[in-house]
Design a protein around this ligand. Structure first.
Ligand SMILES: [Zn+2]
Length: 261
């Protein structure tokens, strides 16, 4: 019998789209009329720092006007109510998971809009205002702050912690991600290789849907709360000593030897 205990959830742009946060993928390759290579690469920042800083100042201001949606709130309910570990690995640089109530176990693999990175002292102060005027770092006073987001061509953050969580996962869930960007896209393969059950919740079938044991298609604000209700219902039966129909613990022979989702 394998008990389903540790859950790793990878979230992408699709979970924030219903809060009104778009990405270059959702807007035909352009991001506020800019090509991604003009605003979201280290080369762009060297070539035209003013353009890049202005662009991120605009994005930073915009996300502070957006609100978490039912999917963000549902994941917070799961994190609070699930008896095992819940790790949310997000590719999103907004703070909607935090504002939705995910208090711990949250990893921003692509950085955060609401932090600046000081390339002089490596500090990462919280930042809600603008960077275009080249303000001094509050930690070292150098004028060397940039957005603390991982640009294309840069290495994502916290990969050791992410890999450790994925290796320990019994269930790996991908929510609202196209599956196109590595290394995030490869995490499902790693989870599968370690025997985890894999579930995809997405608006449309992704390029990687065939890598998942199960795919559910629809809006995140509908699919995620429904899935969380299922999981918490299961956890309740487990705690109360009553087996639900599907059960948290299932026989090893079931579903390719994996716990059911
Ligand atoms: Zn500094």
């Amino acid at each position: 019998m394998r008990v389903l205990r540790n859950i790793v959830i990878l979230t992408g742009a699709g979970i924030s789209a219903e809060s009104g946060i778009d990405t270059f993928r959702s807007s035909g390759g352009l991001w506020e009329q800019h090509r991604v290579e003009d605003v979201a690469t280290p080369e762009a920042f060297v070539r035209d720092p003013e353009l890049v800083l202005r662009f991120y100042d605009m994005r930073r201001a915009a996300i502070q006007t957006k609100l978490p949606n039912a999917a963000h709130f549902a994941l917070a309910r799961l994190a609070a109510g699930w008896p095992g570990a819940v790790t949310v690995v997000t590719q999103n640089v907004d703070d909607l998971h935090e504002r939705g109530g995910v208090m711990s176990g949250l990893i921003h693999m692509h950085g955060e809009h609401l932090k600046a990175w000081c390339t002089a002292c490596d500090g990462r102060p919280v930042w809600r205002g603008t960077l275009i005027e080249r303000p001094a770092c509050p930690l070292c006073r150098a004028r060397a702050l940039r957005p603390d987001v991982v640009w294309f061509g840069e290495v994502p953050y916290h990969m050791d912690a992410i890999h450790a969580a994925v290796r320990a996962a019994d269930l790996f869930v991908s929510i609202g991600t196209s599956g196109a960007v590595y290394p995030a896209a490869g995490l499902v393969r790693m989870a599968q290789g370690r025997g985890a059950t894999t579930l995809e919740l997405n608006l449309e079938a992704s390029q990687r849907s065939d890598w998942f044991d199960e795919t559910r298609l629809g809006a995140a604000s509908v699919l995620v709360p429904a899935w969380v209700d299922e999981m918490l219902g299961r956890a309740f039966f487990e705690r109360s000593g009553t087996r639900s129909d599907s059960g948290t613990s299932v026989s090893a022979a079931e579903k390719r030897g994996k716990p059911k989702i």
